[in-house]
Design a protein around this ligand. Structure first.
Ligand SMILES: [Zn+2]
Ligand SMILES: [Zn+2]
Length: 321
């Protein structure tokens, strides 16, 4: 028996070795006798062979439409040698053109966007110059200036306006006022909004630092910076109608606008801070009714009384403050 079975199993393994299995579709030679086979990598054993068509499909899946992507064997990592038939000169040229356009388009698109932004900035700068100096003077200045200076100088106007808007001088003024009120208590009578500031308690100290600077909002900075010349012109016309030149009127108007707006902002931030530091979380008026019905329904009177004493403790605490 042994003598007969041993050669059989040996022959079986030999047949298994010579028999080819596709690692993609698991089919063997017998399943499809005509399908062409390929051993494309360094793998041995069961993953050595694969159908040409199965591997093509697998490569297509990996490349996702981009035929220049290199594909490696998932087992041994060997990079498949993919051979294309010789294409004609026209096909070669078209292929190169296609790859070139594919690579260049993102840069062209970025350039168009940057260029558009630049010209918008130049236009904005020119309008601002005319707004601040007056139409006649602004036109005369720009006509007499070097074109290069204009092309560099005009777009920096909106940039500086936006950067200037990001300087938060109101926060510094507020911080300075708070610090000086703490050092010089008599200032509290001059600045009533700061009276309650810093009067003991760790709560007040933490919220002082927390409230003072809120995060920069990009659209708000953009709108605020770019609308400043217009607002300055309007303020100049309103407050300084007898100014000699448009430039002086606009500068004074801008200064007045920024000062008034800044003072309002300091006031708003300080009042907001005071309101925040004085806030109290109120008792739930329905709680008593709910807890009494609870105690009557289920006999958990101990929890009910403990919570009520707790609450009264809180009440006394807030009354003390
Ligand atoms: Zn296959
Ligand atoms: Zn392999």
């Amino acid at each position: 028996m042994n003598e007969s079975t041993n050669p059989d199993t040996a022959a079986q393994t030999a047949a298994d070795d010579s028999r080819r299995y596709c690692w993609v579709c698991y089919a063997s030679d017998e399943d499809d006798v005509t399908a062409p086979w390929v051993k494309p990598c360094l793998c041995r054993g069961t993953t050595k062979w694969v159908h040409q068509s199965c591997l093509q499909r697998w490569v297509d899946e990996k490349q996702k439409g981009n035929s220049t992507v290199k594909v490696n064997c998932p087992q041994c990592g060997f990079q498949y040698i993919i051979h294309f038939p010789n294409m004609g000169q026209l096909m070669l040229f078209l292929d190169r053109m296609d790859a070139f356009i594919y690579r260049v388009c993102p840069f062209v698109a970025a350039g168009v966007v940057v260029g558009s932004c630049y010209w918008v900035a130049v236009t904005y700068g020119a309008i601002t110059v005319m707004q601040v100096l007056g139409y006649q003077e602004g036109m005369a200045l720009m006509e007499s200036a070097d074109p290069l200076v204009l092309l560099v100088g005009l777009p920096t106007i909106p940039v500086f306006l936006i950067l200037g808007k990001m300087v938060r001088w109101e926060d510094k003024v507020l911080r300075l006022l708070r610090a000086s009120v703490r050092k010089l208590p008599f200032l509290r009578y001059v600045l009533p909004g700061f009276r309650s500031n810093g009067d003991g308690g760790p709560q007040g100290a933490t919220s002082t630092t927390a409230v003072i600077s809120d995060p920069i909002n990009a659209t708000r900075v953009l709108c605020g910076g770019l609308s400043l010349p217009t607002l300055a012109t309007l303020a100049g016309r309103a407050f300084f109608p007898t100014c000699s030149t448009t430039l002086n009127q606009t500068l004074l108007g801008g200064l007045a606008f920024l000062t008034i707006k800044g003072l309002f902002k300091v006031y708003y931030k300080q009042q907001y801070h005071v309101i925040q530091s004085k806030r109290i979380i109120k008792d739930n008026p329905l709680h008593d009714a709910a807890s009494s019905s609870n105690t009557s329904a289920t006999s958990t009177s101990s929890t009910g009384t403990s919570s009520s004493t707790d609450r009264s403790g809180h009440n006394e605490g807030t009354r003390d403050q």
